[in-house]
Write a protein that binds this ligand. Structure first.
Ligand code: NAD
Ligand code: AHE
Ligand code: ZN
Ligand code: ZN
Length: 368
């Protein structure tokens, strides 16, 4: 079939809206009509050329929601008409990782996914007979895409696509990091570096679990009002204090019980670790840093009880947890609507990247 898609032909170039060829689903695969997709900072990161795994030409996008239109041989978990959220972290429920209680990082198809291919080692997308790479196993910047069955979370049919698409990455990443990975306890002091599409979800989850102080750190003061609406109790602009770590330690009377780095900058990752409380503070890296970047700190920071860890897709097991997070939104426990600051058609997708780089959006959503 033919489908409209935004193609990343090369690093640093704007996406190009074209009609591409899409092969139907093979065994274990599913054709999904994408109804809406968010634009995440990670799409911009890969498009910039900073992603060591970045491949071109590719169809980016990994934060979608849609409807199953056709299933390949042997598919049993979904059927045509089902509403689904594509998962860049699948859940096969049988690999060593899925069976381990301490991780959500299913590895069943991670090898081919990182090569921009379906599990059988080929691409379903092509243009003029030349293959186009899939991205993060999702390629939601295409109106239709083909997904492995294990990478689809079936969701309730009354959930609006233009909102719950954000659960495909940003909401789950921020909320899950607090709830599933850090397991923040009521009364904790929480510090959040970066008040963007991820950080604001960390903030609303910290409030949801009953955190005490929720301190937001951002160089863009325009993020302050929305962060306060979502639960931030204190704000620090690091450009306006001598030493941001000392400012946080003073404010929290000793340091953060939990800090979250939601920027992707190795300097702020160090600050996030060093503002954690001596003896027990945990710092969670969510931000994705570019090729060649490395983190550093004095080992004494860890010797004296601080813990440094990371979180991918919020520690969520997608097929199990994503439908629950959709329920939390539908029940009014999570606010997604106010984080979606812009909506547009696929033809305007490059403006979503511009708004992100200008610091003017939290989430832009593309509606097909
Ligand atoms: P965003 O662009 O919406 O937000 C980033 C925020 O950081 C902005 O508000 C910006 O003003 C602020 N900022 C930038 N530099 C700063 C600095 N030096 N000090 C303080 N604040 C600064 O991005 P996002 O969509 O929220 O994504 C954040 C990061 O999370 C990205 O690196 C993204 O790739 C990553 N991410 C990781 C996962 C995961 O599973 N680990 C999932 C999604 C996104
Ligand atoms: N490809 C990059 C790393 C990118 C990365 O860390 N991705 C996160 C999700 S970001 C979503 O917006 C993730 O889930 N990582 C785990 C995984 O297996 O990719 C690189 O540095 O090579
Ligand atoms: Zn993302
Ligand atoms: Zn698995």
């Amino acid at each position: 079939m033919k489908t409209r898609a935004a193609i990343a032909h090369k690093a640093g170039a704007p996406l190009s809206i074209e009609t591409v060829d899409l092969e139907g689903p093979r065994a274990g695969e599913v054709l999904v009509e994408i109804m809406a997709t968010g634009v995440c900072h990670t799409d911009a990161f890969t498009l910039s050329g900073d992603d060591p795994e970045g491949l071109f030409p590719a169809i980016l996008g990994h934060e979608g929601a849609g409807i199953v239109r056709e299933v390949g041989a042997g598919v049993t978990n979904v059927k045509p008409g089902d509403h689904v959220i594509p998962l860049y972290t699948p859940e096969c429920r049988e690999c060593e990782y899925c069976l381990h209680p301490k991780t959500n990082l299913c590895q069943k198809i991670r090898g081919t996914q990182g090569q921009g291919l379906m599990p059988d080692g080929s691409s379903r997308f092509s243009l003029d007979g030349e293959p186009i790479f899939h991205y993060m196993g999702c390629s939601t910047f295409s109106n239709y895409t083909v997904m492995p069955e294990i990478a689809l979370a079936k969701i309730r049919e009354d959930a609006p696509f233009d909102k719950v698409c954000y659960i495909g990455c940003g909401v789950t990443t921020g909320v899950g990091a607090v709830v599933f990975d850090a397991k923040v306890e009521p009364g904790s002091n929480v510090v959040v570096f970066g008040l963007g599409g991820i950080g604001l979800n960390v903030i609303q989850a910290a409030r949801m679990v009953g955190a005490n102080k929720i301190v937001g750190i951002d160089i863009n003061e325009n993020k302050k009002a929305l962060a306060e609406q979502f639960g931030m109790t204190d704000f620090i602009n690091p450009t306006k204090v001598d030493n941001v770590v000392e400012a946080i330690v003073d404010l929290t009377k000793g340091g953060a019980d939990y800090s979250f780095e939601c920027i992707g900058n190795v300097k702020t990752m160090r600050q996030a670790l060093e503002c954690a409380h001596k003896g027990w503070g945990e710092s969670v890296i969510i931000g994705v840093a570019g090729a060649g970047q490395e983190i550093s700190t004095r080992p004494f920071q860890l010797v004296t009880g601080r813990v440094w860890r990371g979180s991918a897709f919020g520690g969520a097991r997608g097929r199990t947890d994503v439908p629950k997070i959709v329920d939390w939104y539908m029940d009014g426990k999570l606010n997604i609507d106010d984080l979606i600051t812009h909506t547009m058609g696929l033809d305007e997708i490059n403006s979503a990247f511009d708004l992100m780089h200008e610091g003017k959006s939290i989430r832009s959503v593309i509606e097909y």
